[in-house]
Design a protein around this ligand. Sequence first.
Ligand code: NAD
Ligand code: UDP
Length: 319
Amino acid sequence: MKKILITGAAGFLGSHLCDRFIKEGYQVFGMDNFITGDFKNISHLADNPNFEFIDHDVTEFIDFKGDLDYILHFASPASPIDYLKIPIQTLKVGSLGTHNLLGLAKAKGARILIASTSEIYGDPLVHPQTEDYYGNVNTIGPRGVYDEAKRFQESITMAYHTFHGVETRIVRIFNTYGPRMRLNDGRVIPAFMGQALRGEDLTVFGDGSQTRSFCYVDDQVEGIYRLLLSDYSHPVNIGNPHEISIRDFAEEIIKLTGTTQKVIYKDLPVNDPMQRQPDITLAKKILGWEPKVDRAEGMKITFDYFKSLTEEELYKSEH
Ligand code: NAD
Ligand code: UDP
């Protein structure tokens, strides 16, 4: 049985990856310190003999006993309000945490895939974004703590590949959504759906002309799975190229949820990227991958998930 360590296991993407690798017949070790995650996301795996949970902060030395074939490093705050609230932890998990996991991969002879992001392109001047674009990031802006941690993460990963011969993979994830996102993480999909469910107006930041391209979680997991098992060590974009402005997206959510509330406009956060769309030519070519779930279908599944939350969860405020 192949053994895989997944960091960030109690988070949104990490928990879905645990499910997928268990389904594929792997022995899965999930690691998390719950800084933005929730045990609820993996509680269904608690009694599964092929799953073991390790409560650990990956910025501290990782003393893992036994063999490992693969590592997926997904631990990191991922939403803008999370990494603005815990900026130093964000920098540390992307840098020190990644260093520890690369060291572990080297010691165990394991292949490691790290979760990078479309944010390494910053507020992009090339559109859609191709992997050979170097990006436009403000190092000292509020989002810099995340963007630069992820840029460093890519650099140290390539260095371990080049200098130590570690088998590395780098996925650049574009905005991904689905069940198990945290209702209060501030990202636009939980924000709009939570507002609709609580009977509040939908908050569009800026004039809403900025764009995003939303990928359903099952498609993202399939892309990551294929990349891990491929022999390609340079970064690969995984995302859904179907782009929409945030203003139009708010209207879609109003229709989907049937809310009678309206859109209200708030200030655009500093350095909020104005456009974002993945060029997925490379993923299509080397992984034979492209997204299958369209936005209408994915949003419906996601809204059903948010509808299933308790009143307490719906009204829990973190800010
Ligand atoms: P999430 O916040 O739901 O999950 C992150 C998990 O990492 C949480 O469970 C958190 O507790 C854990 N964690 C954070 N710091 C840790 C530490 N020091 N030690 C151990 N565990 C720690 O976020 P997500 O959306 O699932 O994102 C997962 C990964 O994917 C992140 O690396 C993120 O940067 C990347 N990513 C996600 C998206 C997206 O759209 N969801 C886009 C680009 C990149
Ligand atoms: N956004 C918004 N209203 C909200 C939350 C977010 O208009 O209540 C906007 C945000 O300014 C950004 C887009 O939606 O332009 C996507 O934001 P998110 O935090 O989901 O992801 P990211 O900016 O990291 O792509």
